[in-house]
Write a protein that binds this ligand. Structure first.
Ligand SMILES: [Cu+2]
Length: 152
């Protein structure tokens, strides 16, 4: 199990590095545009990196709790605002400043219809700056997005 965890840890940081290089500038710009970084727990739509998708992430418990496994709902739309039903979504994340991932393996467990997807297994194991990363695939279109949160 320890081996498995470190294996995923390495994958996560390889992924983190790639994402940071590719996405940090555009994501920062988007966060500035939407004012998301200063009010992290209010659901605010963000655009994916290539602006293919519009995403709204909402914690089922507000504000998102510390040290408790809980669920989120992703609402996914096209850039024009049409709900997307048939998406494959991978969920990653962690604390980039501490170089660790989630203590759990969050994933989409259910499509709720109307462009809504249930994400289970989110656990913030300490207070501070967290990021939830979403890899979205719809047909042949792929894009990714980062949601930044301050957990206290
Ligand atoms: Cu940490």
């Amino acid at each position: 199990m320890r081996f498995v965890n470190s294996f995923f840890g390495i994958l996560f940081f390889a992924y983190l590095f790639e994402m940071n290089v590719q996405a940090s500038e555009s994501m920062n710009h988007q966060h500035d545009m939407h004012g998301l970084s200063s009010v992290p727990n209010i659901p605010t739509p963000i655009y994916s990196e290539k602006k293919l998708f519009k995403l709204t992430l909402t914690s089922k418990i507000n504000p998102p709790p510390l040290s408790k496994i809980h669920q989120w709902v992703l609402h996914l739309e096209t850039a024009e605002g049409k709900p997307i039903e048939q998406a494959h979504v991978q969920v990653y994340g962690g604390m980039p400043m501490h170089k660790h991932g989630f203590p759990t393996h969050p994933q989409v467990t259910q499509s709720l219809g109307k462009g809504n997807y249930l994400i289970d297994g989110i656990k913030f194991s300490m207070p501070g700056h967290w990021e939830i990363w979403l890899n979205v695939q719809v047909g042949k279109q792929r894009d990714k997005a980062i949601v930044k949160l301050n957990i206290s």
